[in-house]
Ligand binder design. Structure first.
Ligand code: S5P
Length: 474
């Protein structure tokens, strides 16, 4: 028997045991639906359980590489158990409520961080139940990127899951299931059309990516980035194994270029303030770009544009510095409104460029309020191709895993300078505060031996990042 015939047989069986019902129903969330699935009843029909697990194995699982299976509680648990036995792979169980005594573990079974786990689920609507389980498994350091499903209701769940880096394979979609039932004269054409219209009308809300961006490795986030510079920066970090951005706040061309020759291999980006260079010239830019290409790092000009759009447009392209010609990305304030972004976006036609918007500052007494911060993040959403990320200090500032948190104010020891700059440690900014790219200036530049110091910073920052994505924060 081919897959199709077996799937047809299963569909008819599910209908006959009332696991699929047609009529007028109201779902948990109060929505009226012409079709209702209750796969809990299958435990009463061993032959159906056997059919389902065999089909999932043949159709969805056979070619996957994984170490464990985990069912989403509770309906999928018996199916996951059967699959574990058929495939001889170990099973993990997720507790919905963690125990208040003993180990307090939310995942039962033996596993190691870095192993992969396949999710088993009965029905997917919005994808939120699958995501809860995925989240708990990822917290334990397990890699979870695939879920096999009996039925996809086609109401937004697969997109929501993909958005969270989980790909699904399902035995049936709602459409394929009702088409089989219609073909076999179990339901009328009218009912089939009604269900099809219902799927179109009733789409689940788009869930915000609930994978913690903080747990996702840079190479995965590169795939989710919509701005080309963010994509490049994530990839450079993953390849060079460094999330260090050096702020070269020096005032002569040779001092900057000499320093970059020495430290270029250890950084993912250089941050400049070209307006502090006393002997700035065109040749500087040519050489800077050559070094950046040779060592594979990006250039961020920290201009912090904060004027009306028309002025920003000229500041970006004209004058002595012509920043738009050479900087991969720039910083900008949201204070004047999104005219700034419109202006910068206007110059994006032929080359990839990016903008880091300032959502928070590291300096004491700055006037940015929580409302200002939220409005800044909301403004950025309208420019997905332009925004690389945010300059900010806290992990809750934004959720989108395709954007980058750039955090300045970092040294090996917490301290302050005499003009209000506040320094936090690598552990604090990466593990607690969510920094993705870490800006270090004087911590390296003012050291006796910047070339030694850069390696110390690079290693300390990368260690914190690998700890963070492993999920083991305690
Ligand atoms: O909030 C901010 C934003 C920025 S871009 N706080 C900052 O310190 N910066 C910049 O980061 C600042 O302009 C300087 O170039 C760098 C920090 O340098 P450091 O020497 O204090 O590490």
């Amino acid at each position: 028997m081919g897959h199709d015939t077996k799937l047809e047989e299963l569909a008819i069986k599910l209908f006959s045991i009332d696991a699929v019902k047609m009529g007028e129903f109201t779902t948990k969330s109060g929505i009226k639906t012409p079709v209702y699935f209750d796969l809990r009843v299958i435990v009463s029909y061993p032959e159906v359980m056997e059919m389902i697990s065999n089909l999932l194995q043949e159709y969805a699982i056979k070619d996957c590489a994984y170490d464990h299976v985990c069912g989403v509680p509770y309906t999928a648990l018996p199916i996951a158990t059967l699959l574990s036995v058929i495939t001889k792979k170990s099973m993990l169980m997720r507790r919905k409520e963690t125990k208040s005594y003993g180990t307090k573990k939310s995942i039962e079974g033996h596993y190691k961080a870095g192993q992969t786990c396949l999710i088993i689920e009965d029905v997917v609507t919005s994808g939120s139940s699958v995501l809860e389980t995925v989240k708990d498994l990822r917290k334990e350091g397990l890699k979870v990127n695939k879920a096999v499903i009996i039925l996809d209701r086609e109401q937004g769940g697969s997109a929501n899951l993909l958005n969270n880096d989980v790909e699904i394979t399902s035995l049936f979609t709602m459409t394929s299931l009702i088409e089989i039932l219609y073909k076999n004269r179990k339901i009328t054409e009218e009912m089939m059309l009604k269900v099809k219209a219902y799927i179109k009308e009733t789409q689940a809300v788009v869930l915000e990516p609930s994978v913690d961006r903080l747990l996702l490795p840079y190479e995965k986030r590169a795939e989710l980035a919509t701005n080309q510079i963010a994509k490049q920066l994530f990839n450079i970090m993953a390849t060079k194994k460094t999330n260090l951005c050096l702020s070269v706040d020096l005032t002569s061309v040779t001092s900057i270029l000499d320093l970059l020759e020495k430290v270029g291999e250890h950084i993912c980006m250089v941050k400049t303030h070209v307006d502090i260079i006393e002997d700035f010239n065109k040749d500087f830019v040519t050489q800077l770009k050559q070094i950046a290409d040779r060592f594979n790092f990006l250039i961020l000009e920290d201009r912090k544009y904060a004027d009306i759009g028309h002025t920003v447009s000229m500041q970006y392209m004209k004058g002595v510095y012509k920043v738009g010609e050479w900087a991969d990305c720039v910083t900008a304030h949201s204070l004047p409104g999104d005219g700034v972004l419109k202006a910068l976006n206007g110059h994006m036609n032929s080359v990839s460029r990016g903008v880091f918007l300032l959502a928070e500052m590291s300096s004491e007494g700055n006037l940015i309020s929580p409302e200002y911060k939220d409005a800044t993040v909301a403004m950025a959403v309208k420019y997905p191709d332009l925004i690389t990320g945010f300059v900010c200090q806290n992990k809750d500032t934004f959720k989108d895993p395709g954007l980058i948190q750039l955090t300045p104010g970092v040294q090996l020891e917490s301290s302050k300078d005499s003009l209000g700059q506040v320094y936090n440690t690598p552990e604090k900014v990466i593990l607690e505060n969510g920094a993705d790219v870490i800006v270090v200036g004087r911590g390296i530049v003012a050291a006796k031996s910047p070339e030694t110091q850069v390696v110390i910073y690079k290693d300390a920052l990368w260690k914190c990042y690998t700890k963070r994505v492993s999920g083991k924060l305690e």
